[in-house]
Ligand binder design. Structure first.
Ligand code: HEC
Length: 249
């Protein structure tokens, strides 16, 4: 309803305006022309790399996933991505989610040499020309002590632009082939700690003797409720069993 009213009002306004401005047609046209000219001047695009300051050093780097490594002579590179979701997106042929951070940690002769970071966020890159921008990615280079390194960030764009069809990353094949099962296993090699840390307040545990399990007459929740230390122990044991069974099957 409101929409209709709005349209009718705008139509009426437009008609009135045309009627009134009939005499001033010339001035109206020139002013439109002027407006077009100024907006064309505003279309000047930002210099490639001028948004690099948006990319901060990824402090949570080590929590990320190394999905690719490169060895070339005395150079070794570990490529990290900050989320499992990014890998899943790549594997499903979807775009990387906003907030994806990919970091190249470079070593030379076994010594930490540099950090190269690319980060993608919704809306980033819109200041660059459509031909030059790398989608929504910005780039930044950091020294081994994690400080911004003076660099020509524009060259990151021009080279990574060659990978446009892989959302601007070079290591797409490795990401697609990366086995996500690998990380849940390696992370879970110390499973007891995360399981022990699980909050158990909201769980209810009852002890029911085996022959009563199928009985419908008993209120399974109310009888023999287990609490406190014993309760968390039972929950942890069950979770642990479930976890281990997943690998046996
Ligand atoms: C001459 C081309 C070129 C330039 C310039 C370049 N890169 Fe790369 N970049 C690559 C290639 C190729 C790889 C794959 C790893 C390799 O081969 O060492 C890569 C890998 C990366 C990766 C890991 C993700 C991926 O694409 O596989 C990041 C992050 C990265 N570069 C950031 C940067 C930053 C930041 C700059 C600018 C300071 C930059 N790159 C400049 C070619 C380039």
């Amino acid at each position: 309803m409101k929409k209709h009213l709005f349209y009718s009002l705008s139509l009426l306004l437009a008609l009135t305006l045309t009627a009134c401005s009939n005499n001033d047609n010339e001035t109206l046209e020139t002013s439109i022309q002027n407006q077009e000219e100024t907006s064309q001047q505003n279309q000047e695009y930002a210099e490639l790399g001028s948004g690099a300051h948006l990319v901060k050093f990824p402090e949570d780097l080590e929590e990320g996933i190394v999905f690719a490594t490169y060895d070339r002579g005395d150079i070794h590179e570990d490529i990290y991505v900050n989320s499992k979701e990014a890998i899943e997106a790549a594997q499903n042929g979807e775009e990387f989610p906003s907030d994806t951070v990919i970091t190249l940690v470079g070593y030379k002769d076994g010594e930490l040499d540099q950090y190269l970071v690319m980060e993608k966020r919704t809306g980033w890159g819109s200041q660059y020309s459509p031909e030059e921008r790398n989608g929504e990615w910005e780039y930044q280079a950091f020294t081994p002590d994690r400080k911004v390194r003076e660099d020509n960030i524009g060259r990151c764009f021009t080279c990574h632009a060659n990978q446009e069809r892989d959302d601007y990353i070079n290591s797409m094949d490795q990401m697609k082939e990366f086995d996500l099962g690998e990380i849940s296993q390696s992370k879970n090699s110390s499973t007891e700690a995360p399981i022990a840390a699980m909050p158990t307040e909201d769980w209810k545990i009852s002890k029911i003797s085996a022959h009563m399990i199928d009985s419908e007459v008993i209120n399974k929740e109310a009888i023999n409720v287990v609490d406190g230390q014993e309760k968390s122990k039972v929950i942890q044991d069950v979770l642990m069993k479930m976890f281990l069974q997943q690998f046996e099957s």
